[in-house]
Ligand binder design. Sequence first.
Ligand code: SF4
Length: 411
Amino acid sequence: MNHLIPKYYNEFKCIGSDCPETCCQGWKISIDKDTFNKYQKLDNVNLKNKSDKFVKKLPKEVKGFYAQINMNNGTCPFLGQDKLCSVQKEYGNSYLSTACAQYPRKLSVFKNKELKSLSLGCPESARLVLFDKNSMNLVEDNFYEIKKSIKLYNERNIDETKLLGEKLFNLSFSLLKNNNISLESSICIIKKLLEEQKNLEFFPEKLSVVYDYLIEQFKNEDFLKFDTSGLNIEFLKNFYKFASEQNCNAKNSSEQMSKNFIKSLNSTYKSLILKFKSSEDQYKNFESLKSQLSNYIRNEYPYLFRNYFLNELFSNVTMFTSRKPFSENRLEVSLLGALMPQLLMIEKFSSSKNKISQDDILKAFYLTHKNIGFLVQYTGNFEFKFRDGIAEALKKIDPNSTFNSLILLFA
Ligand code: SF4
């Protein structure tokens, strides 16, 4: 089996008790049947009592997830005071569920090829992905740095649909790496390519004509250059309402967004909304901060958003290769995963006298991505569904297109 990884992948090492946002906090942890059975038979009385109280079988097994560890006041009941896992300490790695042992690693399996990447919900992963110029260079079998075409399939006698998916992925990946075309334009072109995929399956020879046409249409980013501060502020108000209601209505701490995310969201809401008497003042302040922040990021962290989207494309390459009907919504999820950190960063930028540190950027990303499951639901069959409150907030911007709403907010 060959494998393909971004350059950063092999550098990952969990920083354990030094982690500012341990992965044992702020979500439900799903476990497989084998791990559930092991937890039932623990001979350490303290751990067994915790298992009886917090590890619960799911009503039915879904995709190998048989039970879940419920949180104790937002934290995994097995997390020790030393911020290490007490099950792992007592019984070793073999007692960890696949989810716990693998996190934050992500895997996409193609016929003879594995694509490995890291999730941005982990602070250490986010650090490796976001800042380095070369972090998203791809390497095959730990040896060959890919310079030209990325092969998702080893065989070349595969069907046209798979080849087309691979070509679209290659075009999209190169677009995001190309500094001569704006990030926003590239994302719009990728969206259009995905929309054209069905037609291109019948007319694969038209791909280069379609691609050139889209570049011509979108290369000038002026189509997005107008003041969207009002849209952003109103979206933030709706998002805040959604998050507050979701947490108030949660039946237990496993159904609540993480405390740190809510804390950051509250600060953002206070600083960008409550501090001002009128909507006009909120808009004016936001417009000025957003443009200053984007200049600052362009100078200080020039690879930040490109690396983010490259990692999203690579980690979710099935949006190009799967023929399932809703897989293209994954691009919208990536946009939301960039928009929320941007909003959280604007607050930090303002409260830190128009500067933002690497740690603050990381925090905005890992908090958002750790909580992404509270914002978007994966319903199986490759369908990503925005939670009702968010879907409604986005509909107020463009009732017909979630993508348009998100790109307007982000740009
Ligand atoms: S979030 Fe990442 S660095 Fe932190 S404890 Fe989990 S795997 Fe380790």
